[in-house]
Design a protein around this ligand. Structure first.
Ligand SMILES: NC(=O)c1ccc[n+]([C@@H]2O[C@H](COP(=O)([O-])OP(=O)(O)OC[C@H]3O[C@@H](n4cnc5c(N)ncnc54)[C@H](OP(=O)(O)O)[C@@H]3O)[C@@H](O)[C@H]2O)c1
Length: 145
């Protein structure tokens, strides 16, 4: 990962194109279907690295993460989650932190399985129509913004 000394705007653009603009493209394309659904649900894949509370919490692993672009993209996903949830109160739109999961993203160094990482995603995809919206969750509950 690239730290603050070397990050460029072009790097930001490339990663935001997938992690942020991709979310906007998908949400925009799916809005008519969501608006026609009896139980519209969106689960945005965020990360614990998108939590400004954790990034500024001295002594935690998140605090020590030096990358700039990925955390910025996930904090932005959190903003999208909050703003879309407010705009569409009839929908359940939440962000999730799956946990450090063994995938290509981290060269398979994650400490939990894909099945474990998928658990909170599936749970929030099944949220009831009167369940939470505009929130940020991991397996243990609400994640601090
Ligand atoms: N793994 C973790 O520890 C962890 C922790 C927190 C959050 N997350 C989040 O969880 C989500 C899934 O990550 P992962 O760990 O499963 O990563 P991954 O194994 O690297 O998979 C990423 C997936 O995204 C697809 N993708 C990448 N760029 C794309 C693009 N421009 N357009 C369309 N699809 C694209 C890839 O498709 P191809 O295979 O076709 O390239 C792949 O299916 C991500 O949002 C990640 O930030 C992961």
């Amino acid at each position: 990962m690239v730290g603050a000394a070397d990050v460029t705007a072009d790097m930001m653009k490339e990663l935001f194109d997938t992690n942020v603009f991709g979310v906007v493209r998908v949400l925009h394309a799916f809005l008519p279907l969501l608006q026609g659904s009896g139980a519209p649900v969106v689960v945005n894949l965020s990360s614990g690295l998108g939590s400004l509370s954790r990034l500024t919490d001295h002594g935690t692993p998140t605090y020590g993460y030096p990358g700039v672009v990925y955390p910025a993209s996930k904090t932005t996903v959190n903003v999208l989650t909050v703003q879309y949830a407010k705009a569409f109160p009839e929908m359940r739109i939440n962000a999730v932190e799956p946990g450090y999961t063994k995938t290509d993203l981290n060269g398979n160094t994650g400490t939990q399985t894909v099945e474990e990482g998928a658990e909170i995603i599936v749970r929030m995809a099944q949220v009831a129509p009167d369940g939470p919206t505009g929130g940020y969750f991991d397996l243990n509950g609400a994640v601090p913004w």
